[in-house]
Design a protein around this ligand. Structure first.
Ligand code: GTP
Length: 379
């Protein structure tokens, strides 16, 4: 949430970890910020000039943030290489995101960046809540729904960080999360204060009730900590929560991610096979059937290429090849074409299918119908 204290939190966390003699690797992903009050190892502003993006692409402030992140995400592999090099030196890497968190969470680049980290390292989301601004049940619920959507979008372990603890303690919020009735009481009080326009009235009352039940499940996934980025209170608890969520990541999230990745690869493989089968069908390569007299015939429909058998029929027969011209080996525009679904040498099934296709097309090229068509054309 904008103004909840993310940057101040980052600053405090950075100095806390320095004091603990475990300095973190620090990344700033907010292209629009004027000042970063902590030392950064990687700063998006070094490579992307936010104002220039606004001018060049004729964008408003949020559009320019998304575009800057998009531009940055095209270089994410380089960023990951740098982070990887440093991963032996630094125990933790902390990343500040743009204040308009939706520019990050719901943008393609946000997903690319998050995925890049999450696929390589245990990654935890710290959702910073502005505690004083969440004392009304309606604001609190909206904020929790927001956090919930981020959890389901990123599918990463999340810690709810109730910030500005020096101003208001977050005990009330933690009570609401643990005790459904306490939250209901707060809604009723809100109704008393605000009358019929309050949250507990009319259709809002039943909507809030069902949402609270749904959020109960969400709360069970979270760790909550209270901190003050101004005074530094609660940062030990935060680091404990990070550790426990890191373990959770390795235990559950990593497996789920790997399983999802495997499923995706299998689906891609299946698609490849399907397109090959389709290609085979297009080539009319159905299995031969035996005629009553025992002779083999092609059961597939006749094709016009049968007509010009041997001449310009589109198939190069081995014996037609000019012996004195060495056949060049197949060149691929990009090496990755091989993996992306052209001929896959590593797949013996596909190789065999291609081989079979070539043999069949090169032999059975004459047919009765084609002969008739040829006679018709000849006059
Ligand atoms: N009292 C108190 N004030 C805080 C605390 N954390 C942040 N603030 C104040 O809250 C205001 C917003 O803090 P930022 O760190 O700029 O918030 P942010 O979420 O990074 O803001 P954007 O990135 O612009 O959305 C500043 O005036 C901070 O001084 C805290 O723990 N206690």
């Amino acid at each position: 949430m904008a103004g909840s204290g993310k940057t101040t939190f980052m600053q405090r966390l950075n100095s806390h970890l320095h004091a603990e003699k475990t300095p973190p690797y620090v990344i700033n992903l907010d292209p629009a910020t004027l000042k970063v009050p902590f030392g950064c190892h990687i700063d998006i502003r070094d490579s992307i000039k936010y104002k220039k993006v606004m001018e060049n692409y004729d964008l408003g402030p949020n559009g320019a943030i998304v575009t800057s992140l998009n531009l940055f995400s095209t270089k994410i592999d380089q960023v990951m290489k740098i982070v990887e090099k440093r991963s032996t030196t630094f125990e933790n890497c902390i990343i500040d995101t743009p204040g308009q968190i939706e520019c990050f969470v719901w943008s393609a680049s946000g997903s690319i960046i998050t995925e890049s980290f999450a696929s390589q390292y245990p990654t935890v989301i710290a959702y910073i809540v502005d505690t004083p601004r969440n004392q009304s049940p309606s604001t609190f619920m909206s904020n929790m729904l927001y956090a919930c959507s981020i959890l389901y979008k990123t599918k990463l372990p999340m810690i709810l960080v109730f910030n500005k603890n020096d101003v208001v303690k977050a005990d009330f919020a933690i009570d609401w999360m643990k005790d459904f009735e306490a939250f209901q009481d707060a809604i009723l009080k809100d109704k008393e204060l605000q009358g019929e326009t309050g949250m507990g009235s009319g259709y809002m009352g039943s909507l809030i009730n069902s949402m609270s039940l749904m959020l109960e499940e969400f709360y069970s996934q979270l760790d909550c900590v209270q901190v003050s980025s101004a005074t530094g209170a609660g940062f030990d608890d935060f680091m404990k929560a990070v550790k426990s969520k890191g373990e959770e990541y390795n235990q559950y999230y990593k497996k789920e991610r790997e399983a999802a990745l495997k499923k995706k690869e299998e689906e891609e493989e299946q698609m490849k096979k399907q397109s090959i089968n389709k290609l085979m069908k297009d080539l009319n390569l159905k299995s031969k059937v035996k005629k009553d007299n025992g002779a083999e015939s092609d059961s597939s429909a006749d094709v016009i290429s049968d007509l010009e058998e041997g001449e310009n029929d589109g198939i190069v027969y081995p014996d037609e090849e000019e012996d004195d011209i060495a056949q060049p080996s197949r060149e691929y525009t990009f090496s990755e074409d091989r993996e992306m679904g052209e001929v896959n040498d590593n797949n013996p099934d596909l190789q065999a299918m291609y081989q079979e296709a070539m043999e069949k097309t090169s032999k059975d090229i004459s047919s009765e119908t084609a002969e008739n068509i040829a006679k018709y054309i000849r006059g």
